[in-house]
Ligand binder design. Structure first.
Ligand code: AMP
Ligand code: MG
Length: 565
């Protein structure tokens, strides 16, 4: 049984229990799933109850009032080491097998059930915290579904057309206000001519005017038997019906200053309309040049298109402003130059997450480091929620007593935690919440909070898996999330028994034109280096046996493919 099966409605049919003589009677709901879930939530306390009902001296069992309460609630008291052994959770014989990550957390007991749907009350101290996360473990797909549902709708804004527009998605069809070209223009360097109807143009003609590519007063009318020298892109003189390339002509007379007087046209079959870009032939006035939903890329020419037709403002979806906060008493600035104090850790997540957010086109605000104190964390979070649309925190979501993010979001900020645990590796404690705050204008707005695990590799993996799609959805992007491509394993990969893994990998095109994936090495979640050089996250399913070389898996692309040399 996995907590992934947990459903909030299970609450509706909580077990009823009682005692008759020396028997404990427990009623469970009728559905197999409900029965399992309910049994799971009381199983830890059952041995204790049975011992008591069987007539054990309860005074011996409970040396203190508080401990009695805790025991009845199914908590084991870790503080004084005198935990009655009968309330220890059952030993899980299916141990995790950490084939490749010897420093992964070692757990000896199986997962129990959530007992309290709310986060820890930090004022109660470490002995009263949950010893098992009260948040149901949900799948990555479920987590993504909740994020999709809770992400605020895109907001339309008018934006000036300039480089800052790159990465934005259009919120309107953009129509050209002008014809391009706005005048009949020559496609070549040569001579503008008036093709005599039904006759061959070949012959010698006087050069009566010159048209260069520049803004100019309209030239005088060109008549038959006259030609006008013209450059590429220059406007045709009125009356001209075709342009002959300079290559199809020879100079036949020039004046004392070396100016062209007469040119012979050698071309035989000149027709009307040759080498001319007609008005509006590139873009007609009123034509849709870009559609709603299209992105303005840095390389796709969209900016050029807007510039060419003279559009100065467009409606786009506003890209959210992302605030990045690190949390932890141990953290020091990455630039700290003196030898680190024992226990200190350089803040790795903030620079990494800020650069990742910016790389994907979002404006990121550096919110600094918050200490593990409830009140400072609360004030910092309140300020953060005012400044940013999306707050990304890292650290403080594990099971330690100083892991204050969840309690702060729920208890102090009145936010809603949509999930607090995801069945994945790395990133299990990833937390997603929404908080409603009063905007400057006085109305209530919903902000999203992603509380990512503190371990640097986990933080960066979960940013890409969960935060990025939400940011992209808020910006109106059509298919949010990392692009997914099939890849073939270049070697055997160990897998986790229980949790799907997002393995940092290098995906390259092999000689057969197939995407081939190799591991970046040690995947321990504290190891930032596991992302060095990685251009993909391989979605590896959980399982009991390693995946063989040649197995096809999904690769989520973080950046460009590695090409053949
Ligand atoms: P926590 O969830 O706060 O218990 O953090 C889990 C692990 O991640 C601990 O080893 C922390 O020291 C580490 N950690 C948390 N935040 C950061 C950070 N910003 N940079 C580097 N390591 C961190
Ligand atoms: Mg911490």
């Amino acid at each position: 049984v996995h907590l992934a099966d947990f459903h909030p409605v299970a609450m509706m049919s909580r077990p009823v229990a009682g005692i008759r003589h020396k028997s404990v009677i427990v009623t469970l709901p009728g559905s197999p799933k409900g029965a399992k879930e309910n049994l799971q939530s009381i199983i830890k306390t059952l041995p204790h109850a049975c011992v008591q009902v069987a007539g054990a001296d309860s005074r011996a069992l409970h040396s203190g009032g508080m401990k009695k309460l805790e025991a009845e609630a199914g908590f084991s008291t870790g503080s004084n080491g005198s935990t009655p052994s009968i309330i220890q959770p059952q030993h899980d014989h299916g141990h995790h097998h950490h084939h490749h990550d010897h420093a992964a957390p070692v757990r000896h007991s199986g997962p129990g059930a959530g007992l309290n749907p709310l986060s820890n009350d930090p004022s109660l101290g470490p002995s009263r915290r949950h010893r098992e996360s009260p948040y149901p473990m949900i799948s990555v797909q479920e987590a993504l579904g909740l994020i999709r549902e809770q992400t605020p709708a895109p907001v339309v804004v008018s934006s000036t057309v300039n480089g800052a527009l790159v990465g934005s998605v259009l919120a309107e069809d953009v129509k050209s206000p002008e014809d391009v070209p706005a005048f009949r223009a020559s496609i070549v360097d040569g001579y503008a001519v008036v093709v005599p109807s039904g006759k061959n143009l070949a012959g010698k003609y006087p050069v009566v005017s010159i048209s260069h590519a520049s803004p100019q007063r309209e030239a005088k009318q060109l008549r038959e038997k006259e030609i006008s020298r013209i450059t590429t892109g220059a406007p045709l003189p009125p009356g001209a019906t075709s342009v002959v390339m300079v290559e199809d002509t020879i100079l036949s007379a020039r004046n004392a200053d070396g100016e062209e007087l007469e040119v012979e046209i050698l071309a035989e079959n000149v027709k009307e309309g040759e080498n001319i870009r007609e008005i509006g032939s590139d873009v007609a006035k009123g034509a849709v040049v870009l559609r709603k939903g299209e992105s303005i890329s840095a390389v796709g020419g969209e900016l050029g298109l807007l510039a060419s037709v003279g559009i100065r403002n467009v409606l786009v979806y506003r890209r959210p402003i992302v605030g990045v906060l690190s949390t932890g008493d141990e953290l020091v600035e990455k630039d700290e130059s003196v030898k680190l104090q024992y226990g200190a850790v350089r803040d790795t997540n903030r620079p990494t997450l800020i650069s990742a957010a910016r790389h994907w086109g979002f404006n990121a605000i550096d919110l600094g480091i918050a200490r593990d104190k409830q009140d400072t964390l609360e004030t910092t979070m309140r300020d953060a929620l005012k400044m940013a649309d999306v707050v990304i925190t890292s650290g403080g979501v594990s099971m330690g007593e100083l892991d204050l993010l969840k309690p702060t979001i729920e208890r102090a900020l009145g936010g809603t935690i949509h999930f607090g645990r995801v069945a994945m590796k790395p990133g299990k404690p990833t937390t997603f919440a929404t908080v409603s705050i009063k905007s400057e204008a006085g109305d209530r707005v919903t902000k999203t909070v992603f509380s990512l695990p503190g371990n640097p590799a986990s933080a960066l993996v979960t940013f890409h898996l969960f935060v990025l799609p939400s940011l992209q959805q808020m910006s109106g992007q059509k298919s949010p999330g990392l692009p997914r491509v099939p890849a073939v394993l270049a070697h055997d990969f160990q897998v986790d028994r229980k949790r799907p893994e997002y393995h940092r990998a290098i995906v390259e095109v092999n000689e057969q034109g197939i995407l081939s994936a190799s591991s970046t090495g040690g995947q321990r979640s504290s190891k930032v280096g596991s992302l060095r050089g990685a251009n993909a996250l391989l979605a590896l399913p959980s399982g009991d046996i390693p995946l063989k070389q040649g197995t096809k898996v999904n690769a989520l692309l973080l950046s460009n493919l590695v090409a053949l040399d």
